[in-house]
Ligand binder design. Structure first.
Ligand code: NAD
Length: 344
């Protein structure tokens, strides 16, 4: 399957490196509006299309990967769908659920999917396995955090009109992961941070509630010089931490060796028993489970899918994430008000 990439920036370049080593797939060429990005593609030996229309007219091209800023996705999806090409578009596919529905209703039977690729990340799959295995008992709270210290890099990511801001960026992935774990989200509240002075949010804290009474906190910050654990998971019989994408971390569970007296500890200008961690004799540390993944799953699926039903990342899943993000915007506009969702 020969691929054309539209938008040869950071993510377009990443797709090129990944696709070129997959059996049965190759990148033929690119189209970018910036001459220097086209020159970079030519240096890689790629064909440079003079116009996106030339991709549609190239009968060798079976699939188009769209990796342009968020505001241009709809135009390209509609255009290449009408030309009969398969489409893998970057996330967020559109800026909101209404525009996605309007677009999807007109796509007919086009084979079109979205790169919600972080559902294949090992840190997420490890967290999922901790939760499923019940090694820490019934899980009642999940914290999923991604922070960095570089503000909002790049031009368009700072602009509302181009779909900038952290909710349409990391929010898509982190919400998609939680959707993979819980079929129904009952309600949410979300607050945005504008600490860095951009028009778009530089971070957010989102709390999601499920019918099983699991509370999920998703946090994104772009001005954190120290770092936080990627995941913390709290169960009635233990806690787990996944520190980072290298999967450092542990599971800590209580061991019961008869009655252990709770000893107060010094805490600042006082004592506390409530906030003392367990004595090391009364807990056991376990390694995180080991999981495997296929980081190329989305590309391979894109290659082999012959109907929309074959796709791993399905339209209804994409729409669900967009609806949850719409509710986040609504909540953030009302200072973090609780928004009830109509799922389930
Ligand atoms: P980028 O700014 O590095 O690259 C965008 C490229 O598109 C640039 O080379 C630019 O010249 C080109 N471009 C702009 N408008 C265009 C147009 N109308 N037609 C053709 N080319 C155009 O941005 P990026 O980081 O590569 O992000 C691109 C997309 O990928 C965004 O939708 C972003 O959300 C997504 N993304 C996804 C992931 C992921 O893990 N799935 C990671 C990063 C970015």
């Amino acid at each position: 399957m020969k691929i054309a990439i539209v938008g040869f920036g950071g993510m377009g370049g990443y797709h090129y490196k990944r696709v070129k080593v997959i059996d049965g797939m190759s990148v033929k060429g690119v189209y970018d509006i910036e001459p220097e990005r086209n020159a970079a593609a030519a240096l890689e030996g790629l064909f440079v299309y003079g116009s996106y229309r030339d991709i549609a007219n190239d009968s060798e091209i079976g699939g188009v990967i769209i990796a342009t800023p968020n505001d241009s996705h709809i135009f390209y999806i509609k255009y290449f769908a009408s030309a009969g090409k398969k489409i893998l578009c970057e996330k967020p596919v559109t800026m909101n659920a209404a525009s996605f529905k309007r677009m999807a209703d007109k796509l007919g039977g086009a084979i079109f999917t979205v790169n919600q690729n972080r559902r294949f990340d090992l840190d997420f799959l490890t967290a999922r396995q901790v939760i499923k295995s019940q090694v820490i008992g019934k899980v009642y709270r999940i914290e999923s955090r991604v922070t960095g210290a570089n503000g909002i890099p790049g031009g368009w990511r700072k602009l509302k009109s181009q779909g900038g801001g952290m909710m349409l960026d990391w929010g898509v992935h982190l919400i998609d992961q939680i959707c993979m774990l819980f079929p129904v989200i009952e309600s949410l509240s979300c607050v945005y941070s504008y600490a860095l002075g951009f028009d778009v949010e530089d971070g957010f804290i989102l709390t999601l509630n499920t019918p099983e009474k699991v509370q999920i906190v998703i946090e994104v910050q772009t001005n954190d010089y120290i770092g936080v654990p990627r995941w913390k998971i709290f169960g009635l019989d233990g806690s787990a931490v996944i520190e980072n994408w290298n999967l450092d971390g542990k599971i800590t569970v209580p061991v019961y060796n008869g009655d252990v007296e709770t000893v107060a500890i010094n805490a600042g200008n006082g004592l506390t028993k409530t906030m003392a961690y367990r004595h090391h004799d009364s807990v056991e540390n376990l390694p995180l489970p080991s999981v495997t993944t296929d980081m190329d799953a989305i590309y391979k699926n894109f290659k082999s899918a012959t109907t929309a039903g074959d796709l791993i990342v399905k339209s209804n899943e994409v729409l669900r994430v967009l609806r949850i993000m719409d509710a986040c915007f609504k909540s953030a506009n009302q200072s973090g008000a609780l928004i009830k969702l109509k799922e389930g």
